[in-house]
Design a protein around this ligand. Structure first.
Ligand SMILES: *[C@@H]1O[C@H](CO)[C@@H](O)[C@H](O)[C@H]1NC(C)=O
Ligand SMILES: *[C@@H]1O[C@H](CO)[C@@H](O)[C@H](O)[C@H]1NC(C)=O
Length: 194
């Protein structure tokens, strides 16, 4: 079990789900009903070809195993924009968009490359498990397939804003560069507080 690498969070999960920037002590949460898809049936230049998260439900804080494969048919260079839309199901079938508060919610990240550099200073080794598998953690990312074999992470206690209470959520992330659409991913999760 390796300690949680911010780099992986950024590279993998932030493509799907806004990354809480701050740690902190808080109550327990459970994440269940986890499902994901590429919006455009996998025809975009950047696609997630597999993503496995175990166990479900995920307990926060707790241990989680992630395996993931991402494919890009174009090089990914700065500035790489990500637009995240996060919605909560208020009543069955009615989804309300959650605003961007402290970088969590429906946020626009102007350049993910810059965000990554702020967490992992360029010139330092990539955090585990990226380092072990020889995976890069900075832009530019060459075109190709990036595979992260099953890796264990410790999910820290995350201080979630009050707007993120128990319920069903869906998130969409659109990746683009200038006017070029690069990729789009969706996830559904249910969050329960303990
Ligand atoms: C999310 O859930 C909705 C309705 O339950 C379903 O139609 C949709 O395909 C799901 N999306 C993903 C990414 O699993
Ligand atoms: C899982 O999703 C379904 C459909 O959206 C919902 O009815 C159910 O309550 C969810 N399960 C949990 C544990 O939240």
């Amino acid at each position: 079990m390796k300690s949680l690498a911010l780099g992986v969070l950024l590279l993998c999960l932030s493509l799907l789900w806004p990354t809480p920037a701050e740690g902190g002590s808080s109550g327990f949460h459970k994440v269940s009903n986890f499902s994901w898809e590429n919006c455009d049936d996998g025809h975009d230049p950047v696609v997630i070809t597999s993503l496995e998260v175990e166990p479900v439900p995920i307990t926060i804080p707790g241990k989680v195993t992630i395996a993931m494969e991402t494919k890009t048919s174009v090089p990914l260079t700065s500035p790489l924009k990500a637009v995240v839309t996060l919605e909560k199901e208020m009543t069955p079938g009615f989804w309300l968009q959650i605003p961007c508060i402290k970088k969590i919610g429906s946020c626009t990240y102007k350049d993910i490359c810059e965000t990554i550099d702020s967490f992992i200073p360029p010139g330092t080794p990539c955090p585990e498990p990226l380092h072990t598998y020889g995976l890069p953690c900075h832009c530019p990312f060459k075109k190709g397939t990036y595979s992260l074999p099953k890796s264990g992470f410790q999910v820290p206690a995350i201080q979630l804003p009050p707007s993120l209470s128990s319920g069903n959520y869906r998130a969409q992330t659109i990746l683009s560069q200038g006017h070029t659409h690069l990729g789009c991913f969706k996830i559904n999760v249910s969050l329960a507080e303990k």
